[in-house]
Design a protein around this ligand. Structure first.
Ligand SMILES: NC(=O)C1=CN([C@@H]2O[C@H](COP(=O)(O)OP(=O)(O)OC[C@H]3O[C@@H](n4cnc5c(N)ncnc54)[C@H](O)[C@@H]3O)[C@@H](O)[C@H]2O)[C@@H](O)CC1
Ligand SMILES: [K+]
Length: 508
């Protein structure tokens, strides 16, 4: 089965043009869009007796006029509101408005007070938005958002950039966004997530074969996709056949981070987990996680303690742990001091698949250590900005472009965390993780993610698959944990039992 994909505006325009040619009438798709919108109104707001439809000058506005005509014909009280300089600018929009007016439809000026209605329909701008909303348009959107009636956005909430999910000064806050033809990548990441409300797709009767385009699309990963990677274990498997992950981190004062990564790795199925950390963290780590093999480094020199038999970790001890490992996670609580730097250098020379997180990313961004081959980088927006020597606002403005730029610059698979996590391969192929919730915005959540991805690398998944599957597993586990007790106050530790549960979903 080919994976689901998310589309860009360029792809949608290509698809629309081909479909219009096939239908022999450029108005047919708009007619279908308006009809789909009316069906959505009847399905979601069956008791709405009055509608206020706010129409812009392009084809998004045209969709609004078609909907208004249908709602009127069904006996609803309908008013269409439009700004003075939003007279139709396309043939289709002109035709849709004419049909509405010919049927006796009422128009009200959009620069005055908005009339009350049971439902607002946002048909101002769709994929044709070219700039930030300003002046009278921005004021109109602010008045829409101030009303208490629910809002249905057609195709895109006006003010949100469909390709990037970025939001300018203001945008319509919708309760539901009805996307036409196919799902859009930008509506599922970054700022857009606060404006779309629920997302529904109306395919307008196009077949999957109509949805091909020459444009690159984005792989769309949702919970059921986990089964693709998380196959049942072999019946005769033993701990050695499920990988050995080496987790390195936890300089003074940051012992919890590597503890979370190690526990998550065991819950995500790594057969064995070694931890290299500071001596002071050995006892608490073993108390919480006796399954881990913990190797402690004492201050200032290379001596170490170990509950195993591998000796010190700064030189020969670390070499021996590396040679036993199938994959490595380095960074959680690593710090940027000599202890962390030395270990990062040793890891980068190993050639093993490695997850770099937190201070490992900061050290690479600062040029202290060169990024290794075979790496998965897991930056949050602050780390992404440092890796690109730019600001957080810039990387968040186009998260897809930022993920691609990091992957290309460091020749690594990148998991760009945040609402709507994005995975980019060095070649630029993108995936979007359509799961997760704001409860994940808490310290330690990224440490869990690095442990999960490390565990999947240790179990033999290639870099991109481990990154995508790991990010999805992490988010799906967080969704289960949030469903269990709410988002606020969710702790990374709460994910552990859900990681195990979902890591076995594919096996059922
Ligand atoms: N092309 C097609 O075949 C179809 C298009 N459909 C609809 O058409 C939409 C795209 O239509 P358009 O390409 O006409 O674009 P839009 O209707 O999204 O908006 C374009 C118009 O808005 C103006 N504009 C853009 N940004 C602005 C800003 N910040 N402030 C003020 N004015 C601004 C532009 O100058 C242009 O006149 C889709 O989102 C969808 O809703 C649907 O009817 C389905 C079929
Ligand atoms: K809209």
């Amino acid at each position: 089965m080919s994976p689901a994909v998310l589309h860009t505006s360029a792809a949608l325009r290509e698809i629309e043009q081909r479909a219009a040619l096939r239908f022999g009438d450029p108005f047919e798709l708009m007619r279908r869009a308006g009809r789909a919108a009316w069906q959505a109104v009847m399905q979601h707001w069956p008791h709405a007796q009055s509608l206020l439809v706010i129409c812009g000058p392009g084809n998004n506005g045209g969709d609004g006029y078609v909907l208004a005509t249908l709602a009127r014909a069904s006996g609803r009280r309908v008013q269409v509101c439009c700004l003075p300089d939003h007279e139709p600018r396309t043939d289709e929009c002109r035709r849709a408005r004419q049909e509405y007016v010919d049927a006796g439809g009422e128009l009200v000026a959009g620069d005055g007070a908005l009339p009350a209605a049971d439902l607002l329909v946002d048909a101002l701008f769709g994929i044709g938005l070219t700039r930030e909303l300003q002046g009278p348009v921005a004021a109109l959107v602010e008045r829409i958002n101030a009303l208490s009636a629910p809002v249905l956005a057609l195709d895109v909430p006006s003010g949100v950039v469909a390709d990037t999910g970025s939001v300018g000064s203001v945008a319509v806050m919708a309760d539901l966004t009805l996307e036409f033809i196919a799902a859009k990548a930008g509506l599922r990441t970054g700022g857009a997530r606060d404006f779309t409300g629920g997302l529904h797709v109306a395919d307008l009767g196009l077949e999957p074969t109509d949805l091909r385009s020459a444009q690159a699309d984005v792989a769309w990963l949702r919970a059921p996709d986990l089964a693709h990677w998380l196959r049942p274990r072999r019946r005769d498997s033993h701990k050695g056949s499920n990988g050995r992950l080496l987790c390195i981190g936890g300089d003074h004062g940051h012992g919890g981070a590597i503890m979370l990564a190690a526990e998550a790795a065991l819950r995500a199925g790594s057969g064995l987990v070694d931890v290299v950390t500071r001596e002071a963290h050995v006892a608490p780590l073993l108390t919480r996680l006796p399954e881990a093999m913990v190797h402690g480094d004492s201050d200032g020199e290379d001596n170490s303690n170990s509950n195993g038999d591998s000796g010190g970790t700064a030189s020969s001890g670390l070499d021996s742990l590396i040679s036993d490992a199938s994959a490595i996670v380095i960074g959680p609580g690593l710090g940027q001091g000599a202890w962390g730097r030395e270990r990062l250098r040793a890891i980068c020379a190993s050639g093993l698949p490695v997850v770099l997180d937190a201070d490992a990313l900061n050290l690479i961004a600062a040029g202290v250590v060169a990024a290794p081959a075979n790496a998965v980088l897991t930056p949050h927006p602050g780390e992404a900005a440092r890796l690109l020597q730019t600001g957080i606002t810039e990387v968040q403005r186009d998260r897809f472009a930022a993920a691609r730029a990091i992957a290309s610059r460091y020749q690594a698979v990148v998991v760009f965390k945040g609402a709507g996590t994005i995975v980019s391969e060095p070649c630029g192929n993108l995936s979007l993780i359509d799961a997760g919730n704001p409860g994940m915005a808490v310290g330690g959540m990224g440490d869990v993610l690095s442990g999960v991805i490390g565990a999947l690398l240790a179990q033999g998944l290639p870099l991109r698959d481990a990154a995508v599957c790991g990010a999805l597993l992490h988010s799906v586990a967080a969704d289960s944990a949030a469903a269990d007790g709410g988002e606020r106050g969710l702790l990374p530790s709460d994910l552990m039992c859900w990681l195990r549960c979902h890591a076995n979903r594919g096996a059922r």
